[in-house]
Design a protein around this ligand. Structure first.
Ligand SMILES: *[C@@H]1O[C@H](CO)[C@@H](O)[C@H](O)[C@H]1NC(C)=O
Ligand SMILES: *[C@@H]1O[C@H](CO)[C@@H](O)[C@H](O)[C@H]1NC(C)=O
Length: 359
């Protein structure tokens, strides 16, 4: 009797503490609490503290402030409603919380496959895929842990995602081949790769890889820093670091998760997604499950894959919306969904640079 009771007590105690631990170790950072949602007054206080934290200059301008407050409340409603419904991922108030979704879409994307002369007919399995015979894939891989991923960058209000996606994949293969992690220049692509790509109006990673080959490599971020706008192509100054070169690029066979994993087991890979979905604007954490379509409009970089402790399989993706967005700037996107194009179309147009020379 005594033993049974103590076993029972032990089980109850253990269950409670293990739950408590699980909850606290997975604290979700929504950026608001339920008390903030109580009244118009608490909402206004929340807006003020959010605006102060995010350095919004318009608090002193009553008209702008009231317009922005309305947008903020509308976004907050969407965030709160989504968080009540969704189990796998959650949304939070981030730096985009005062931006209507249309404005966000106009400014923070920039993948432009319609301008891609290498149309989908070229993007097939007919070209060489150097990883096609790879077997024994690791269960998971995270290129951040292998030192092949630079800190998350921020494209700002310029549709230059394609340059960030290209550069992150190049930084990756350069580290894999040389052991050196060097931050490279998106701005050089924006200013100099202008025949097929269009700066802040969008571009395509395959074109950018081809341009980098023609340019003899890319200069470093330090030598050619980001300005968030289109400029003229700057000639190299004396004393700059050596360019980082690639040999070429290959496409991952489209609509094949397995092929993407094979490539990802060897290097970070540029992918395109439909990024113009409202949940992505406010994604804060967890394994993202959509909703999203598959009309590609945003370039990002896959930098790993894995499975959560509760069995959710994901592709790990580096975005270019700053480190405050998502999971320190990254997003885990659900894979193995049964949709061959992948969540948000992420298997439709994946590609990677090739590099054999150590410079
Ligand atoms: C994969 O294996 C097949 C059959 O052996 C071969 O024809 C093909 O060239 C290989 N692919 C690569 C990229 O090595
Ligand atoms: C790695 O970077 C260091 C410092 O910039 C440089 O001296 C070295 O040559 C680089 N190694 C390779 C293989 O590029």
């Amino acid at each position: 009797m005594n033993i049974r009771l103590s076993v029972l007590l032990f089980l109850i105690f253990f269950t409670i503490t293990s739950c408590g631990f699980a909850i606290s170790s997975r604290a979700k950072d929504f950026g608001y609490s339920s008390a903030d949602l109580a009244s118009e007054e608490t909402l206004l206080n929340l807006f003020h503290s959010w605006a102060a934290t995010n350095n919004k200059p318009y608090l002193n301008s009553p008209d702008t402030k009231s317009t922005k407050f309305e947008v903020f409340k509308d976004n907050l409603n969407h965030i709160v409603a989504t968080n009540k419904r969704r189990k796998s991922h959650w949304l939070g108030l981030n730096a985009f919380a005062d931006m209507a979704h249309d404005e966000f879409k106009r400014n923070y994307l920039g993948f432009n496959p319609k301008k891609n002369l290498l149309t989908s007919t070229d993007h097939t399995t007919s070209k060489i895929f150097m990883y096609e015979n790879v077997t024994n894939l690791p269960k998971s891989i995270d290129w951040r842990r292998k030192g092949a991923v630079t800190p998350v960058k921020n494209q700002g209000g310029c549709g230059s995602c394609w340059a960030f996606s290209t550069v992150a994949a190049m930084e990756g293969i350069n580290q894999v081949v040389t052991g050196n992690l060097t931050s490279l220049s998106e701005q050089e692509l924006i200013d100099c790769d202008i025949e097929f790509d269009e700066g802040c109006s969008g571009g395509t990673m395959d074109y950018a890889f081809a341009s980098v080959v023609a340019m003899g490599g890319l200069r470093t971020e330090q030598d050619y820093p980001y300005t968030m706008e289109e400029g003229s192509c700057q000639p190299a100054k004396g004393g700059e670091a050596k360019r980082v070169s690639i040999n070429g690029y290959e496409d991952v066979p489209k609509n094949s998760e397995e092929s993407l994993l094979k490539a990802l087991a060897h290097q970070p890979v540029s992918i395109a997604i439909e990024g113009s979905d409202r949940d992505l604007q406010f994604y804060k954490g967890g394994v993202f499950e959509g909703p999203c379509g598959t009309e590609l409009d945003h370039g990002v970089t896959a930098v790993g894959y894995g499975t959560t402790f509760d069995g959710r399989k994901y592709i790990l993706v580096k975005n270019s919306w700053g480190p405050e967005w998502g999971e320190q700037g990254f997003i885990r996107m659900r894979r193995n969904t049964g949709n061959v194009e992948g969540l948000c179309g992420m298997y439709k147009m994946a590609s990677y640079p090739t590099k054999t020379k150590p410079y």
